[in-house]
Ligand binder design. Structure first.
Ligand SMILES: Nc1ncnc2c1ncn2[C@@H]1O[C@H](COP(=O)(O)OP(=O)(O)OP(=O)(O)O)[C@@H](O)[C@H]1O
Ligand SMILES: [Mg+2]
Length: 372
């Protein structure tokens, strides 16, 4: 059993079930009597509906758990959920660290703010961590489960806070921001005297035609530097704390397992607590070893078109998918050997849309150990 975590972060590549698993871990927390919050990102419509969070963004809201009585579950704790809105989170940060509401407005209304906030901050990943930090400070949850966006660039969410402050403090911006020069002069300077490297960098981010507006934007943005810097430090410290545990969600396909191993190899270089893998969508086996070979023997005695033979062959074919899943899980375990790493298995649920909370409870039961 793990030390009881206060925060569980679910990471992984696209479509493996991060949002579903995060919600199920949240449910496991609530069933154990914890005051729990799940921070989801873009949940499937049905899941959001069954959790009652379809319309609510960026604000924790109680999940009505009354319906759990139908599936025989005593309700001991509580479950809140929210849908993380990265843009709103970033906007709020700008407001928080601007020296005046006017400066905040100048940034937020700059036509390139939305583009830049998305591009420069790696903001989706960063904002999940940022919001976690904020919620952790402002609320008293026993357990917060954090869903993350698909890990396209595996380490984005770990490097984003630092990348942002590096960019703000980099020579490029200092060079751009010259208080004495007018914006148009700076634009002129860039076009005429900028080292090729910087022009190329700017071009690759935004294109030269918007340099003036961007320059203005950055001179406002520079204002936020120290606020962002200390905030990034605090977010990093939270992520390194032993009460924050990271789980990699994956699925039993070759690609998903390979990506999980690759992602793990990168994550272990960081100062975070990587707690384990959750392999989701596993096909349950239809036979045990004895029944499997018995059914093979029976098939060999039946005619090709015997309906029993056809049925047995079909179930054996389905069963072989389950065997294949087990082989993939074994290969994952063989490649990532560490006493400290836990493995949890979560079956494919046939009710694919996960239409009610009882289904989530079924997944939660297999993941109970995750919450310590
Ligand atoms: N154990 C399961 N059994 C059946 N269906 C599942 C299971 N887990 C997830 N799904 C389904 O798979 C789909 C993807 O799940 P989910 O949205 O949780 O993945 P994700 O990793 O969050 O995706 P994304 O990377 O797009 O955010 C959804 O339709 C969900 O209902
Ligand atoms: Mg998701």
């Amino acid at each position: 059993m793990n030390e009881q975590p206060e925060v569980i972060v679910c990471v992984g590549t696209g479509g493996v079930g991060k949002t579903t698993i995060s919600s199920a871990i949240g449910m496991a927390g609530a069933l154990r009597g914890k005051k729990t919050l799940v921070m989801t990102i873009d949940p499937a419509k049905r899941l959001a509906q069954s959790m009652g969070i379809r319309e609510l963004k960026n604000v924790p809201t109680p999940v009505p758990l009354r319906s759990l009585q139908q599936c025989g579950q005593p309700i001991r704790g509580s479950l809140d959920a929210m849908i993380l809105e990265t843009q709103t989170t970033f906007d709020n940060l700008i407001r928080k660290y601007s020296s005046s509401p006017q400066k905040a407005d100048a940034i937020l209304n700059n036509s390139y703010y939305h583009y830049v906030s998305g591009e420069l901050a790696g903001s989706e990943d960063y904002m999940a961590m940022e919001k976690l930090y904020e919620i952790k400070k402002e609320y008293d949850y026993d357990l917060i489960v954090v869903d993350t966006p698909p890990a396209r660039h595996a380490i984005n969410f770990l490097t984003a806070p630092n990348r942002l402050i590096q960019l703000i403090s980099s020579g490029v911006l200092k060079w751009l921001i010259r208080p004495s020069a007018s914006v148009s002069m700076i634009g002129f300077n860039i076009l005429n005297r900028a080292p090729q490297k910087i022009v190329k960098l700017l071009k690759s981010y935004v294109g030269l035609e918007i340099v003036e507006d961007l320059t203005e934007f950055f001179s406002e943005f520079n204002d936020l530097y120290s606020g962002f810097k200390s905030r990034a430090k605090e977010v990093n410290a939270l992520l390194a704390s032993p009460r924050v545990q990271f789980y990699m969600v994956t699925a039993p396909t070759r690609d998903a397992v390979d990506e999980a191993i690759y992602f793990y190899s990168i994550m272990k270089e960081y100062e975070i607590n990587f707690a384990g893998f959750i392999v989701n969508k596993i096909h349950p086996p239809l036979y045990n070893d004895a029944a499997r070979s018995k059914s093979g023997r029976i098939i060999s005695t039946l005619d090709q078109d015997d309906p029993l033979r056809i049925t047995l062959e079909e179930t054996l074919a389905m069963d072989s998918i389950a065997i294949n899943d087990q082989a993939l899980i074994a290969s994952l375990r063989a490649k990532v050997r560490s006493q400290k790493i836990q493995y949890y298995l979560s079956s494919l649920i046939m009710d694919r849309e996960l239409t009610n909370l009882c289904t989530l409870v079924t997944i939660a039961q297999a993941l109970d150990g995750v919450i310590g």
